[in-house]
Write a protein that binds this ligand. Structure first.
Ligand code: F3S
Length: 112
């Protein structure tokens, strides 16, 4: 099993989750983070840290976000590891109030 980052992270990237991950399993895209299911040890530390409640144990992922298990697994090998907390995206506080942002998810890796 693994943990999964879902829709609420899109356009936010608060990265509080990264600060507590003991195994550096987060990977960074342009406007979203994913968890590498091959690296995640299911420690459970990150879900309570996320201000948008974007992270779920795979078995607890809401049905409406079931695609995110595959999205995390697909992009983790393509996007760079993020191993320290950084500033959220500029529009994070507004984006955190939006629902159903999946159509805004960028497939591109964050390049700095
Ligand atoms: Fe995203 Fe929440 Fe982490 S918004 S970057 S999953 S703290």
């Amino acid at each position: 099993m693994t943990h999964v980052v879902a829709d609420p992270c899109i356009n936010c990237k608060y990265t509080d989750c990264v600060a507590v991950c003991p195994v550096d399993c987060f990977h960074e895209g342009v406007n979203f983070l994913v968890i590498d299911p091959e690296t995640c040890i299911d420690c459970g530390l990150c879900p309570p840290e996320c201000p948008t409640t974007a992270i779920f144990a795979e078995e607890d992922l809401p049905d409406k976000w079931s695609d995110f298990t595959e999205i995390n697994a697909r992009y983790a090998p393509e996007w760079p590891v993020i191993d320290s907390q950084k500033e959220p995206m500029p529009e994070a506080d507004a984006a955190a109030k939006e629902d159903d942002k999946t159509d805004q998810l960028s497939p591109d890796a964050f390049t700095g």
